[in-house]
Design a protein around this ligand. Structure first.
Ligand code: DCP
Ligand code: MG
Length: 577
């Protein structure tokens, strides 16, 4: 194995006369190992944090300068990662004499090194202040110890990721009486969750029946109840009555619930054939409420009926497919109703311009037809446990970095809000290189998807958008996001929906906020921005309404700061049922 190539080679060669850093440990004492051995001290890290660090290390064979592997022994480690900051606590896990021989860094060093695409100097990330100097000296980065300027992470990048353990606590300003979900704390499970689940049935029925106004009222009311901090009782009705979005109709629902422990209409809806069929049909990928109602009107009640319904049109379907260039569906070419779901999603994320069609010269990645959607149903119906989300993420990050080294990525969606089971995996992908804007990310969606398909990891592609054509009303945002909505499968695993969102650096943090959700939280962010701040917010960016000026956040907290909002941690953004 060839000696590991040092990152920042220019700074190494320019400082040849300076004291040399320690060589990486090697098994046979001859030449240094190429891979960087990482030991993770689990103390003070949550199970999720440990899992994501393991995934990051395990799968970060990024390029020659970033190639990690886990080691079970601190003695063999080239770097020790820990959230422990006290000597006494660390000594429970690592002998002090050994600790002095190793760089002891916080998880942020790992996140930021991956983000920067190179090993960063350790000084800023020393986990114990009393081991700062030893950590700097033993650091595996390519820089010289004496160069203090080099011990800061690069300042030209917007994409310094942070480990979840470093996330700040919720702002003290959050107010459960606010009319905006983005100003309230909404936990995954609230104290009145059973009531919320009953209201959610009525809300869903309104949505399925295309009663948008009523569905929106329920969204708002459910959001208020999610943030209400007390168990609802008769004594509290007056207080709840005075909350925004809770009108007389909602109060009568709540009263009924308090009297009977349930809401009759919710019960009736849940037991109705129509509701059950429409709910089931919309579980089929691509079938929205309109198509579900159409199927029901055509006499379909079960999936077998739907199979029969589409069975007669398989030939038409084949013809329609043949019309689509290279099998790739785009918003422009796709008028199949099965596109409704991703079209919904695209519009919800305010992608107002239809994307340019992208073409694959090779290979042809299958798209979703009614028959395929029915075939996928058993797999896509199954929720995804957190561990598998992490595993999928790690594989995608590995492949991503093979296509374009130095990329960063964040799992967003329900997973990030703390859901134990997710409907799909949503990942925002970016590259820290700012100049020229978006260049490192542009075209990445099709390249990554092709690679995943070639490796059998992606089986279908429902939708692929490129960066948008310039839009005069929104010039600054025009090329901010690419998207690939895919069916992904780990070897021998269940097929899963995976959405990949590629963001230019200046749109990375708005994309992270915009895709973390929940839906009502996002809607209220947009409302807040427009009504209270004269700003336009969506996942592609943040602009001043008056002059179109683009505001570029440098972190997720910065998005909240620019919007004049207190920080809401992802796990408190669960404003939907
Ligand atoms: N989103 C949105 N509005 C929508 C749909 C989605 O703002 N109508 C944003 C917020 C969502 C995020 O995108 O949280 C991801 O969408 P998903 O449909 O994947 O929803 P979740 O990830 O929240 O839940 P699930 O576990 O079902 O995937
Ligand atoms: Mg999701």
């Amino acid at each position: 194995m060839s000696p590991r190539k040092r990152s920042r080679s220019s700074s190494i060669s320019s400082s040849d006369s300076q004291p040399r850093k320690r060589q990486r440990s090697s098994s046979d004492g001859s030449e240094p190992d190429k891979r960087l051995k990482v030991y993770i001290v689990q103390a003070k890290l949550s199970a999720d944090e440990v899992a994501s660090l393991y995934a990051l290390v395990d799968h970060h064979s990024v390029n020659e300068s970033l190639d990690f592997e886990l080691t079970p022994s601190p003695r063999d480690a080239d770097v020790i990662v820990t959230a422990v900051h006290m000597r006494k606590r660390l000594e429970r896990h690592i002998d002090w004499a050994l600790a002095k021989e190793k760089p002891i860094v916080t998880p942020d060093w790992l996140f930021n090194s991956v983000s920067a695409g190179e090993l960063l100097p350790c000084g800023k990330f020393a986990a114990l202040s009393e081991l700062h100097d030893e950590t700097v000296h033993n650091c595996p980065d390519g820089d010289d110890d004496s160069d203090t300027a080099a011990s800061s992470p690069p300042t030209d990048s917007l994409l310094h990721l942070r480990s979840p353990s470093q996330e700040p606590a919720a702002s003290a300003d959050l107010d459960w009486k606010s009319r905006y979900a983005c100003c309230r704390a909404s936990p995954l499970v609230c104290v009145n969750q059973h009531l919320v689940s009953r209201l959610a049935i009525i809300r869903r029925s309104r949505e399925l029946e295309d009663d948008k106004i009523s569905a929106l009222s329920y969204d708002h009311a459910i959001g208020m109840i999610k943030s209400y901090p007390y168990e609802l009782t008769e004594d509290r009705l007056n207080e709840v009555n005075s909350l925004p979005h809770i009108g007389p109709k909602m109060i009568s629902r709540i009263e009924e619930y308090l009297d009977n422990g349930d809401i009759e209409e919710a019960e009736t809806i849940a037991n109705s054939q129509r509701y059950q069929s429409l709910e089931a049909f919309t579980d089929l990928y691509g079938v929205g409420a309109t198509t579900a109602r159409k199927l029901y009107a055509a006499g379909c009640r079960t999936f077998e009926d739907v199979e029969r319904y589409y069975g007669v049109s398989y030939e038409d379907e084949a013809e329609e497919e043949a019309d689509l260039d290279d099998g790739l569906k785009t918003e422009e070419t796709d008028d199949l109703h099965l596109a409704s779901q991703h079209n919904d999603r695209a519009s919800q994320h305010n992608d107002r311009k239809p994307p340019r069609p992208l073409r694959f010269a090779k290979p042809k990645i299958p798209s979703i037809t009614p028959r395929v959607a029915l075939d996928l149903r058993d797999d896509l119906d199954q929720r995804i446990p957190r561990e598998e989300v992490q595993e999928i993420f790690a594989v995608i990050v590995r492949e991503l970095n093979a296509v374009r080294p130095g990329c960063v990525a964040t799992i967003v969606g329900g997973y990030r809000r703390g859901k134990s089971l997710s409907g799909d995996v949503d990942i925002v992908i970016g590259h820290p290189n700012l100049s020229p804007t978006g260049k490192q990310v542009k075209g990445l969606s099709s390249r990554l998807v092709e690679r995943l398909y070639e490796r059998g990891l992606v089986t279908h592609l429902m939708y692929l958008s490129g960066f948008h054509a310039p839009d005069v009303t929104r010039a600054a945002h025009w090329d901010a996001l690419e998207k690939a909505l895919t069916v992904f499968v780990l070897p021998g695993g269940v097929r899963r929906r995976v959405d990949l969102i590629f963001a230019a650096p200046e749109a990375y943090w708005t994309a992270v906020v915009g895709w973390t959700g929940s839906k009502t939280f996002e809607r209220d962010l947009r409302r807040w921005a427009a009504e209270q701040k004269e700003l336009k917010f969506d996942s592609t960016g943040l602009t001043r309404r008056s002059n179109g000026e683009l505001l570029v956040p440098t972190s997720e907290e910065d998005v909240f700061r620019l919007l004049g909002l207190g920080w809401v941690p992802p796990t408190l953004r669960n404003a939907d049922a």
